[in-house]
Design a protein around this ligand. Sequence first.
Ligand SMILES: [Fe+2]
Ligand SMILES: [Fe+2]
Length: 278
Amino acid sequence: MAITEPDHVNLTVTPYRVAEGTHVVPQLMEAPPVGHFYLNSLVIQGREPVIVDTGTLINRERWLEQVFAIVEPADVRWVFLSHDDPDHTGNLLPVLDTCPNAVLVTTWFSVGRMVDHYEIPMDRVRFVRDGDSFDAGDRTLTAIRPPLFDNPTTRGLFDATTGVYWASDAFALAVPHPVQDLAALDADYVEDALLLGARLISPWHTLLDANKWNAHVQRVRTLPIEIIASCHAPAIRGRDIERAFQTLSATPDLDPWQEFSQEDLDGWMTAAGIEEAE
Ligand SMILES: [Fe+2]
Ligand SMILES: [Fe+2]
């Protein structure tokens, strides 16, 4: 993909609606030299409101403000963690503190992986395994592992009421500027960017048996998905959904991504006029 940095990008992004009562709470970070990556969460309004992933520590103040402008803390009944990576759990404890009626929906292994840095109130935890559902009053939400992932505890979340599938880290792609819908980006750019994202989050793609992996992907691909929302991408709708699956189907055959080297870093530092620390 083209490695270019746009002149100036405003990193201030605000929540947007992707489906009835369903809002992405975005954060945009610079990721030179490939562009920018989103760090999104989701809020589902409804009879029993749900917060899906909890943003990052560095964005805490803004994230709490934006989330609680959408839902009252006392109304939040569920907090779903797609996995325990820091960009998904950054505000977990403030959420549990501020939302006394919220139950944390996660897994045994996620809790185990968080015990060194978070004290999890186990009386407020519900375990949901891959394929399990839970009832959020006016909708059933089902945990389904996405096509690609960077953490063993990962599960996406499908809301059959709206057709929104939260894909966690899958479908990650760098964006050149803020964009709420994948359709706003050039199709060739999207293809390259999706394949870079796939290789970044799942470097084990080179070990895949394509048939086995495709059977895994079919579980998600055959869901009646209307919108894919995810942590590291704009919303994907309509024909772009099938196009994205089609693009990712090449993943098992891709060469591994060549990581940037110290030479690359030296070049960027020199270009930026920054001297190496002694
Ligand atoms: Fe992750
Ligand atoms: Fe992530």
